[in-house]
Design a protein around this ligand. Sequence first.
Ligand code: SF4
Ligand code: SF4
Length: 312
Amino acid sequence: MKQLVILSGKGGTGKTSVAAAFAHLACEGPSPLRAVLADADVDAANLELVLHPQRLETHDFTGGSVAVIDPERCQGCEVCEQVCHFDAILPPSPQSGSAAGGEGYAVDPIACDGCAACVYQCPEQAIRMEPQIAGCWYHSESRFGMLFHANLYPAQENSGKLVTLVKQNARLCALDGDYPIIIVDGPPGIGCPVISAAAGASLALIVAEPTVAGIHDLERVLQTTIHFRIPALVVINKADIYPQGVVEIEAVCAELDVELIGQIPFDPTVTEAMLNGEPVTAYRAESPSSQALIAIWQIVSAWLVSPGEPHA
Ligand code: SF4
Ligand code: SF4
């Protein structure tokens, strides 16, 4: 089983449009490959907006734990407030008087880092750690195949762990159904969730934009894939908006010995297709962006079938 992860240095480069087009082409393209889909952009999961899946299963995601103070036990000694390095202990308000006997100290769950230092230091054993539901993950069925996706609730951390969970379940589904490919729509950037999304990938396809910031972001993402020894290919989205940027991306790819396999022109049909909830290749196959994506998918799918051979 091969795992394709689609990455970009930042959000808004068209990564999800590419992932949705690949989901369509893998299912209904000229040389179909059965694929399981995973949306690993758990902070902004958009693939479902294009694929309109039907949810089959919903599961809670338990992130970290936060401290909770039992007001009956708390004697207001202030030890936890002194111990907490995250300013997460809220002292009693002046109006409430003494903290003893249930008036008082509380934990701000947003500020709490879950370090549990206060639990060990409280002389009254008044503090316990409670696991937090930090989001949900879903197993859904779309018209282009099974989709695993998730939502991390606002202000929650551990998105890398949730990404891993989504990918693990996509992998189990692929193993069960003997699917040859998992297509992962990765998170943008280079942080922990990206590393989780890229872990174990057979191939990373990086979507770059020919802008000054886009070129810098591309270099950072390529350094990540090179560091983790993940083979990478690059495509340029909206390639015609800044020709000099294309030249610079070509130079970056040549310098890092990474293949640039295609250029997608700026095409209003992409937005139109998104607004209509369709991958652009399904919405208007003859549009310039669809034609470019079809050519790119042929190279990527051939690479997945025969890794490492020159296909461009
Ligand atoms: S350390 Fe324990 S007893 Fe002291 S204020 Fe905090 S919760 Fe209350
Ligand atoms: S668990 Fe750590 S971060 Fe949370 S309130 Fe206690 S000391 Fe502060």
